[in-house]
Design a binder for this molecule. Structure first.
Ligand code: PMP
Length: 396
């Protein structure tokens, strides 16, 4: 393909996405990603960040970042296995293990590359992975990279999982079989049925892998979904991100010491990609300390999300069956969902629309992410704007 025909190919496909309303326009935020953000000079109530506890803009984390940056500089200087492992990387991993109630932990540069690293670090072409059909894109990509046979199961359907686990085991085709699930599903806010998944895993001798990006800091007194169900010693891989409730950037696996030692010698992003910056590491340590010492922010998060959910539900919006702070407002039709989000924005609420292919066709929604940092006044204002736009568009 010449560069001219490549350009034509890209232009045609971009135009096609734009015609279908599937082209994602990026609005840069001019300042901190807090409960109120500024975009194009306008202040908006922010209901679209993953900054669940408000820690991304917390003074204590900022100070920790500044101090570490002064001491270590801005970059780690190398990959972890050469000399990019600073003493604070080790401290972070020790903290993560303590936080997750496991023997050890390994930190990566992001939650996304952590899934790529951990799945392909342990599974290979002779193995099979039972994967919830709604698992996050990074899990899907990690599974593909591993070259294991991917066997999707119907979302949170334990009968389907059991029957596929039995088939995989009885086929005798695979060395190892793993079951992977999100702890909390980010589009609907439902929690994985971990007690049943662990029971099935024990029955069929499956490796268990839980990506708790949206549960850590939120459930289980902050320690996440696995802790919430009291299963810390029953899940082999506990995956987390440092970018959501923790408020910084990075990802990690917590588990048994041998597993973590193995990933340190076998997982490619650990071996071949530069370590996370000292400032980010120090902020993450500070955040985990805050989480382990107080439930104040989690309580505030749950209080705020209950308040928002109640307000939207009373107005007549369909907010689905979320069991966590994630609050979808389901509109259905894709174009109408996008128009709704646009009107909310014009009135002062930033709540992104999520449509096909991220969610199934006809289930377009505006997803709200209340945080511990929102005040009641902000939430009241957001609810009032939802009412105005919902009535104007005959949604309620
Ligand atoms: N796993 C899940 C379930 C997620 O929701 C996300 C973030 N969208 C990730 C992994 C990726 O995490 P990060 O943003 O730290 O790369």
């Amino acid at each position: 393909m010449t560069s001219e025909s490549l350009n034509q190919f890209l232009t045609d496909n971009l135009n096609d996405l734009k015609d279908k309303g599937l082209y994602n326009v990026i609005d840069p935020v001019e300042g901190p990603n807090g409960p109120v953000i500024t975009i194009a000079g306008r202040e908006l109530i922010n209901l679209s960040s993953n900054n669940y506890l408000g820690l991304a803009t917390d003074r204590r984390l900022i100070d920790a970042c500044i101090e570490a940056t002064k001491k270590y500089g801005v970059g780690a200087g190398a990959v972890r296995t050469i000399n990019g492992t600073l003493d604070i990387h080790v401290k972070l991993e020790e903290k993560l293990a303590e936080f997750k109630h496991t023997e050890a932990a390994i930190a990566y540069q992001s939650g996304f590359n952590c899934n790529m690293a951990a799945i392909s670090g342990v599974m290979d072409k002779n193995d099979a992975i039972l994967s919830d059909e709604l698992n996050h894109a990074s899990i899907i990509d990690g599974c593909r990279l591993s070259k294991a046979k991917i066997i999707p199961f119907i979302h949170s359907d334990m009968e389907d999982l059991r029957s596929k686990a039995r088939q995989a085991k009885e086929s005798g085709l695979y060395n190892k079989v793993m079951v992977i699930t999100d702890g909390v599903f980010s589009m609907d806010g439902d929690i994985a049925k971990l007690p049943e998944i662990v029971e099935i895993a024990e029955e069929f001798d499956l490796i268990t892998y839980v990506d708790d990006a949206h549960g850590s800091g939120v459930l289980g007194n902050g320690a996440g979904t696995v802790k919430h169900f009291g299963l810390s010693d029953k899940v082999d891989f506990q995956i987390g991100t440092l970018s959501k409730a923790i408020g910084v950037v990075g990802g990690y696996v917590a588990g048994k010491k041998d597993l973590i030692d193995w990933l340190k010698v076998r997982s490619r992003p650990f071996l071949f990609s530069t370590a996370v910056t000292p400032g980010a590491v120090a902020s993450s340590i500070e955040a985990i300390d805050i989480l382990m010492n107080s439930s104040e922010l989690q309580n505030k998060l749950w209080e705020n999300s209950a308040y928002l959910k109640k307000g939207l539900k009373e107005l007549g919006f369909d907010i689905g069956e979320s069991e966590t702070p994630i609050t979808p407002c389901i509109i259905g039709d894709e174009a109408k969902t996008q128009q709704f989000s646009k009107r909310l924005n014009e009135e002062g609420v930033y709540a992104k629309s999520i449509v096909f292919p991220t969610v199934p066709r006809g289930t377009g929604r505006v997803r709200n992410m209340p945080t511990a940092a929102h005040t009641k006044e902000m939430l009241d204002r957001a609810i009032a704007i939802y009412e105005k736009v919902g009535k104007e568009m005959s949604i309620i």
